[in-house]
Design a protein around this ligand. Structure first.
Ligand code: PHE
Length: 345
């Protein structure tokens, strides 16, 4: 019996050490230490032993049991540890892998230019004013000294919705509306950005929809020199301190006198290139002193108040600033174009 027990111990421990996983180990435990196991079976024969031998055999059986239990526990710890190590090895994160880029949106190049211009004028005390894109003929034309039948209406071939309602052809109606709200009291100092619409055939430099930014200042003693100084600050801030400006006589029905402003070419610095068409100057905007008729129609006393206004196309400014050669790029939304203006690389 003693031998049989020793034999069982050796056999069990050998199997334990050969076990490759926890399930196998548990099967061994059940097989050897369970109620139906061989040790229990051996102990059933204890009745046949003498009273002297019985306790000895009992002690030996317990020891065999303990040995096997200990062997199983030690192996279990070992297998569990191995399992954890295997799991850790399998789940290793390779921190050297390059990250996947997250695509972020960015402001449209036109929005950036418009906001830059807004900020510049806000810095000079202007406020931003907005108005409807679908406008009354009165504000778009009449209040700006362009009565019905005025030939200058043709300068801005329009999209009419009804006889009296149209898509605004410029942002000047916002000036007319703002002046009216002021009920004849100055000062007025606004900048109005917005979409405008004209019946144009789209090509590299024309778009039937584009953005304008206009400025208007009305107060006592506003002079042409105030306009010139303001435009010079604008030109230098937008296109570089070394820019020079020049004003050429022009015509707008709502300003008198009217001018067009050129800046010295930033590509060739005035020497002559294809951007400035070899003149050394680039046309940027239209401006002038607010026509007395426009002031009077909006309820301002033109003897007391004077003012200046200027207006420019945002696309033209953006094209010159970023070297864009086709106005349609702003509207066709090709992501290769749009991404070039991203601040996130
Ligand atoms: N409204 C003019 C245009 O659309 C621009 C302009 C604005 C000219 C203000 C003078 C003063 O062409």
């Amino acid at each position: 019996m003693q031998e049989r027990l020793k034999e069982l111990q050796a056999e069990a421990l050998e199997k334990v050490s050969a076990a490759i996983d926890l399930k196998e180990l548990n099967d061994i435990r059940v097989a050897y230490l369970g109620k139906k196991g061989p040790i229990t079976e051996v102990l059933k024969g204890m009745g046949k032993l003498s009273a002297e031998e019985r306790p000895k055999m009992g002690a030996l059986a317990n020891e065999v049991r303990d040995q096997i239990t200990q062997g199983i526990t030690a192996k279990q710890v070992q297998l569990e540890e191995a399992q954890i190590q295997a799991k850790l090895a399998a789940e290793t994160i390779d921190v050297t892998l390059p990250g996947r880029p997250v695509h972020t949106g960015n402001h449209h190049s036109l929005t950036r230019v418009v906001e830059e211009i807004e900020d510049l004028f806000i810095g000079m005390g202007y406020t931003v004013a907005e108005g409807p894109e679908v406008e009354k003929d009165y504000y778009n034309f009449e209040a700006l000294n362009l009565p019905k039948g005025h030939p200058a209406r043709d300068m801005q071939d329009s999209f009419y919705i009804t006889e009296d309602i149209l898509l605004r052809t410029h942002t000047s109606p916002v000036q007319a509306r703002t002046m009216e709200k002021h009920e004849g009291k100055g000062p007025v100092k606004i900048i109005c950005p917005g979409k405008v619409f004209r019946r144009d055939n789209d090509d590299a430099t024309h778009s039937h929809q584009f953005m304008q930014i206009e400025g208007l200042v009305i107060d006592e003693n506003i002079r042409m020199t105030d306009l010139k100084g303001t435009l010079e600050v604008f030109a230098k801030k937008m296109f570089g301190e070394e820019r020079e400006i020049r004003l050429r006589p022009s015509f707008f029905p709502f300003t008198e006198p009217s001018v067009e402003m050129d800046i010295s070419c930033m590509i060739c610095s005035g020497k002559g290139c294809n951007v400035c068409k070899t003149t050394g100057w680039i046309e940027i905007l239209g401006a002038g002193m607010v026509h007395p008729n426009v002031l009077e129609m909006a309820g301002f006393d033109s003897k007391k108040y004077t003012g200046f206004a200027f207006g420019m196309g945002a696309e033209r400014i953006a094209m010159l600033k970023y070297g864009v050669d086709d106005i349609r790029h702003f509207y066709t939304n090709d992501s290769r174009f749009l991404k070039q203006f991203s601040i996130h690389e």
